[in-house]
Ligand binder design. Structure first.
Ligand code: SF4
Ligand code: SF4
Length: 471
């Protein structure tokens, strides 16, 4: 792991830190209207973020020489639903999950018809146009890999074809800025660009439709079917609703996640059309085709974590990720960042405490292999990180009949987008490990991150509860 020299002029020193604290305190006390205060605070946050966010030239986790790209067959969903790892407990959890999703409602808040209807609406666009991409299946609906060109005079209303004229940007920075602006316009909250890295691509692909049709000889295929040599991967992050995720583990939490799965579908597709109309090849993806989290880390969107999710600087782990593979490479790539989240994970463990499935590791330090007992074919081994047990997690989903999200809801980095929360994150980044224990306890004392609390459902549906962003 090679760390970039920190710019001395920007390095976090006591003076910078005190300046920041004083600015924050003054701002907190000032009697500006809340929106104005937020705007000024955001500016301070932007100006000071550089003091706390380090960049890396290389991928920031150590990767062992024997690391192999993960097979699409070894995702927990393909094990559960497509027969590649027919372990009885996973198959049963898959059946329970499918039977309860959306339709099997209960009286209990968060699992009643209101919550199920909310969840169904949230997922509806994803389910209509890219139905299995959330399970890691490539080429679903509008995420198809086809790269076609329009014939002269042919009427093609959907613009899903490659323009024969290739637009040339004046600089790599202009190209990156334009792509990011387009992605933000379409609805992404964060955008990063990195070079294609075969380590993070699936080594093969599962054709679920071939399996459904009994064509088992076509059930698995390789990269030779990908229509071009990808050079760059654009990674998109989507903020999930804070109060929706706070209801974890319920269908309302599932709705917060599903809403962003639908956004992933929309935005990744729109961005692929933008690139095609600039004259370049592009394939939009959700959870399919490659591992989104290492790609997001490489693209500078955040850090890895104990729970296994990406932790972003602005939204913590409360994001979903989509990707666009393209052959366009005249572009400025982003660098991985570090703001102290992985370090904080060493002492925190709130997600592991909150996990109803006991799926998250309590190991103090990251490791190259899972340290839990039992099968672990679903883990991509050889990267130094915390390994969670996706099998145990999936059992919990089967039990609830919806995705859970308690890990995200409990994480101290999961906060409404308030300036003073990022001030706390900065203090955390500047302080040594023992202080992290104190920060963790303060987070609990302030009432953040409790899960399985039915009152959170009332807050979600109460218009007065939606005041966290100052509206
Ligand atoms: S989603 Fe729930 S069961 Fe799965 S790891 Fe997170 S807290 Fe545990
Ligand atoms: S809850 Fe704590 S240990 Fe878990 S990912 Fe968040 S910061 Fe890390």
């Amino acid at each position: 792991m090679k760390k970039k020299e920190v710019d001395k002029s920007k390095a976090l020193d006591r003076r910078n830190f005190l300046k920041l604290g004083a600015a924050g305190a003054a701002l907190g006390a000032v009697t500006l209207p809340s929106k104005a205060r937020e705007a000024v605070a955001s500016k301070i946050d932007e100006k000071t973020a550089g003091n706390f966010i380090k960049t890396h030239d290389d991928f920031p986790h150590e990767v062992r020489a024997d690391y192999k790209p993960h097979s699409n067959k070894d995702l927990i969903f393909t094990g559960a639903f497509w027969g590649f790892h027919p372990e009885e407990d996973i198959v049963q959890s898959g059946k329970a999950f499918s039977a309860k999703t959306y339709m099997h409602f209960e009286e209990k808040k968060g699992f009643n018809q209101l919550a199920k209807a909310l969840n169904a609406g949230a997922w509806s666009l994803h389910n209509a146009v890219t139905p299995l991409s959330s399970q890691g299946i490539s080429q679903e609906g509008i995420f198809k890999w086809e790269q076609s060109r329009k014939k002269e005079g042919e009427f093609r209303p959907n613009h899903d074809w490659i323009n024969k004229h290739q637009y040339k940007f004046n600089s790599k920075k202009e190209a990156a800025d334009s792509i990011k602006r387009a992605a933000r316009l379409y609805g992404a909250d964060l955008v990063g660009i990195t070079h294609r890295d075969k380590r993070w691509d699936y080594s093969d692909f599962v054709d679920a439709h071939a399996i459904m049709e009994g064509r088992m000889e076509d059930a698995v295929y390789g990269w030779e079917k990908f229509p071009f040599e990808p050079k760059s991967v654009i990674v998109l992050a989507f903020e999930m609703d804070y109060e929706g995720i706070a209801t974890a583990p319920t269908d309302v939490e599932g709705a917060a996640a599903g809403t962003m799965y639908s956004s992933m579908t929309k935005v990744a597709y729109q961005l692929s059309i933008f690139l095609k109309q600039l004259g370049y090849q592009a394939v939009p993806c959700g959870n399919d085709t490659g591992l989104s989290i290492p790609y997001a880390i490489a693209a500078g969107l955040g850090e890895g974590s104990r729970m296994g999710n990406l932790i972003t600087y602005k939204y913590g782990p409360r994001v979903r990720l989509a990707k666009v593979y393209t052959d366009f490479d005249f572009v400025e790539y982003d660098k991985p960042i570090e703001f102290g989240a992985m370090e904080f994970c060493k002492n925190c463990m709130r997600c592991a405490d909150a996990c109803p499935g006991k799926a998250i590791s309590f190991d103090k330090e990251p490791t190259f292999e899972p340290t839990y007992e039992g099968t672990s074919w679903f883990n991509a081994k050889g990267v130094k990180k915390y390994y969670m047990n996706a099998k145990k997690c999936f059992h919990t989903w089967g039990e609830f009949g919806t995705d859970c999200g308690s890990c995200m809801a409990s994480c101290p980095y999961n906060k409404p987008d308030f300036w003073h929360h990022r001030l706390v994150d900065k203090i955390t980044a500047a302080m040594p490990g023992p202080v992290h224990d104190f920060m963790r306890e303060m987070d609990i004392a302030f009432g953040y991150g409790d899960v399985d609390n039915p009152k959170k459902i009332d807050v979600f549906f109460d218009p007065r509860g939606r005041s966290y962003n100052g509206q």
